[in-house]
Design a protein around this ligand. Sequence first.
Ligand SMILES: [Zn+2]
Length: 365
Amino acid sequence: MKKRLWLLSVLLTVVGWHSSFGWENGNDEHRNKKFTVVLDAGHGGHDPGKVANGVKEKDIALDLVLLVGKELEKHPDIKVVYTRKTDKFVNLYVRGKIANEAEADLFVSIHCNAHHSNAYGSETYVLGLHANRQNFEVAKAENEVIYLEENHEANYAGYDINSPESIIGLTIMQEEFLGQSIRLAKLLQENFSVKLKRKNRGVKQAGFIVLHQTFMPSVLIETGFITNKNEKNYLSSKKGKTEVSDNIAEAIIRYKKDLAVNTAIDNFQDVSNEGETAAAAGVTFKVQIAAGGNKIETKRYNFRGLEPISMEQEGSVYRYLYGNTTEYEEAKSLQRQAKAKGYKSAYIVAYRNGQRISVEEALRL
Ligand SMILES: [Zn+2]
């Protein structure tokens, strides 16, 4: 055990060097892949976004995105992909498609807010149920752009932006990334409030269509209110744009570093278990693919064709699990299948006589 701890500490020390080779992605096929960040400037072209006090949201969003990108591109181990680099219109689903095709590690959408009151401050959203009317209104305003798109009836079938319930069936796609999305959102809000001393309106959840389209941790930043004169002046100024973009870039870099450390721990546990088998009676393995507050039918069409799917409830959280086997090796193969289907953070869980135990304990038994 001591030796393991020592090994782990060595591993954590060297992970900083390895992260420059994309090691944080863990699995072999991604070992040489750079950490890819998709930067999404909200609106563009014939969609100006919010317009107030003589400025347009689409212009501020683009300026910020280009500055964030410039900052991130200084890091040779980060690849930046833009959904737009000019003043052009891009459909919401196309933004998601760009991110998915790039197999991005992060999707960051940048916007500005507007309100009839004198509201100010920044807030960062992850996909989820609208917790209240106010969050719903923010998402609705950002979602309205679909009506400027051609063929929106076909591309967003059944989605009614006026209905808070419309998002419920959609949230599961992002739930497996929710933890990571929230982690980045917190780092961003922390930078805005602690380093820039701006009003922290918090990390929030709402049903943004653009976030629903992506299969990776994704956030949407409402950097500030252009309806508020002070914030409009700040976000239009060179100083304001530089400060905000620097802090967005810094949060992304910190997120990437944290991720590298966490993956090192996961990989270490994986390696240390190699070669052992769980033959003991009563021990079974499953692969957890998603968890969240929504109860979803365990049908294969809800889980990208995977079956059997089982569900466990703990308090208000539902966990969704794929497969059921007594062999650890087979569980690893199930995990690979789940990852191939897009459940990138799928992980193995173990049970003894129906009770959850750690995988390490299961393998000891
Ligand atoms: Zn917007």
